[in-house]
Design a protein around this ligand. Structure first.
Ligand code: UDP
Length: 511
């Protein structure tokens, strides 16, 4: 059997069958110098859940802690990944940043049994559930073997990771990968349910000290108390007060009300410190851009040929596909807008299942008609690099939080078109700060109505010409850069988190 060094331990469950996974050697379980109250580099173990929307910010956090704050960092990777994008991203991370250690966690048979229990459920939520069920068995030995100074667990795993870490007296921080406004909603939601009775339906949710989240912006799944996502959401929301601290990939200046309300205790009492550490930037962007060109990703070369601020970048994220009729209207709308555009089209939830050709999705003749001014791809693009390209003038976005933070960092205005989950709350943040526009009546998943081509064309043209929004987006970019620069609010928050890990402060604060 393969023996793993400390640098690449693997943990497997008793029922696992993946032949690529093997057991951890006893050497792998020896404590290391990672346990460092009082000095030295803290060893921080990062535990993401699933999907690029979680993996990307965890990767950015790993890089920031390792290269910017001198930490010893391990990233837990659950295998097999749900999407191909995740496995490529993981491989790229460990190739580019060998100082970040990898802890493999193999889950194959848990996934199979969990999927059959929740037929038709979103595969990413099924993976969260697999990880949640595996945590009591697998996470303890992994943490003990790694001799971690602190665990940073994904919000989707908070309620199961915190007890395991506490048992081992390892401080457990929770990384919230969405907006601070959404964090405040999540922290308050269990109180709302307790006060209103879970069976009474969800109405507007007035988050104390923040603002009222209208019923229509509440994530769709939360209207069903038995939904898998709802159960996880509520359990994790209740667990927040048990964490040693909450990290969030956002910055104070963008969501001042939510920051003040969370820190001032008006959302719920007993929350641990909140560290707004974003927007975390993924990699050395210039290098990433060059790499994209070298790999034959023609979109960068195509962008190079377009005039400044002339291109509308269109993407609805990594994990949902628009309905076919909506794709058709969007295509017609982009065509009618007369604008140049780069559009990343998805035909299925999980990339591995996405077999439809572009011609089938977009209709006959579309690609020929827009040739030269429109580039459409089904492939992964380096979005953060695309958004920093001077040719990009507008981002038609579903408002996944990473997309919002990437738009904020690059100063590109957003035409918000949220589709599900927290995206309407995030679109509210975009509209409130003025760095984008949101047509609130545009439908999202589960609502009737397809947004028509004519209206799409009109809004795209208007947003491209909106100088006020452009100026605001530029000022948000300045604020984002200032937050993460040495001495900025997010830089200092991350440094304070590292100090606590190093000094063991969090352990002594543990509930
Ligand atoms: N992304 C990318 N290329 C793509 C599609 C997505 O780089 O072709 C990245 C995007 O930059 C972001 C993440 O995948 O960092 C998606 O996260 P987000 O929160 O925006 O949305 P989700 O996919 O979770 O809905």
């Amino acid at each position: 059997m393969e023996q793993h060094t400390y640098h690449e331990p693997v943990l497997v469950g008793a029922r696992l069958t993946d032949s690529k996974c093997s057991t951890m050697s006893s050497a792998a379980l020896q404590p290391t110098s990672g346990d460092c109250p009082g000095g030295g580099a803290p060893h921080i173990v990062l535990l993401p859940s699933a999907g690029m929307g979680h993996l990307v910010p965890f990767t950015s956090l790993a890089i920031a802690l390792s290269t910017g704050h001198g930490c010893d960092v391990s990233l837990v990777t659950a295998l097999p990944t749900v999407s191909s994008a995740e496995s490529r991203h993981i491989a790229a991370l460990f190739a580019a940043f060998p100082a970040v250690r990898r802890l493999k966690l193999c889950l194959a048979s848990f996934d199979a049994s969990t999927s059959s229990e929740f037929p038709g459920a979103d595969p990413f939520y099924v993976r969260y559930e697999s990880l949640r069920r595996s945590a009591p068995l697998l996470l303890g030995p992994l943490l003990a073997g790694a001799s971690a100074s602190a665990l940073v667990a994904d919000i989707a795993l908070a309620s199961v990771a915190i007890p395991v870490a506490r048992e081992l007296r390892v401080p457990c921080y929770v990384f919230f990968t969405a907006s601070i406004t959404m964090l405040s909603f999540k922290a308050y939601f269990p109180t709302y349910l307790d006060a209103n009775g879970a069976g009474h339906g969800i109405g507007d949710v007035d988050v104390p000290g923040v603002y009222r989240i209208p019923k229509c912006s509440v994530p769709q799944a939360l209207h069903d108390p038995y939904n898998l996502f709802t159960r996880q959401f509520v359990a994790n929301g209740r667990a927040l007060t048990e964490a040693n601290g909450l990290l969030v990939n956002a910055f104070d200046a963008l969501e001042p009300e939510a920051v003040a309300a969370l820190q001032g205790g008006s959302v719920v009492t007993g929350l641990p410190p909140v560290f707004a550490v974003g927007p975390l930037v993924l990699v050395n962007l210039r290098e990433a851009g060059e790499a994209a060109k070298e790999q034959g990703n023609h979109y960068m070369a195509w962008l190079d040929r377009q005039p400044a601020r002339s291109v509308v970048y269109v993407s609805f994220g990594s994990r949902k596909a628009l309905a076919r009729d909506q794709i058709g209207e969007l295509a017609a709308g982009l065509e009618a807008s007369g604008c140049r555009f780069l559009w990343v089209v998805k035909g299925a939830v999980v990339d591995r299942d996405d077999a439809a050709g572009l011609g089938d999705l977009l209709g006959e003749g579309f690609l020929e008609r827009v040739e030269g001014r429109g580039l459409v791809t089904k492939s992964w693009v380096e979005q953060d690099v695309v958004l920093r390209h001077p040719a990009v003038g507008l981002f038609v976005s579903h408002c996944g939080w990473n997309s919002v933070t990437e738009a904020a960092s690059s100063g590109v205005p957003v035409l918000a078109w949220p589709r599900f989950a927290d995206q309407r709350v995030n679109a509210g943040v975009v509209a409130r700060c003025g760095a984008g526009v949101w047509v609130e009546r545009w439908s999202w998943e589960g609502e009737d109505g397809v947004v028509g081509a004519e209206e799409i064309a009109e809004k795209v043209k208007a947003a491209m010409a909106d100088e006020k929004v452009m100026e605001k987006a530029a000022s948000v970019r300045e604020a984002a850069a200032a937050a993460v620069a040495d001495g900025g609010t997010s830089y200092r928050s991350l440094a304070e988190f590292v100090r606590r890990c190093r000094d063991g402060t969090a352990a002594s604060n543990a509930p």
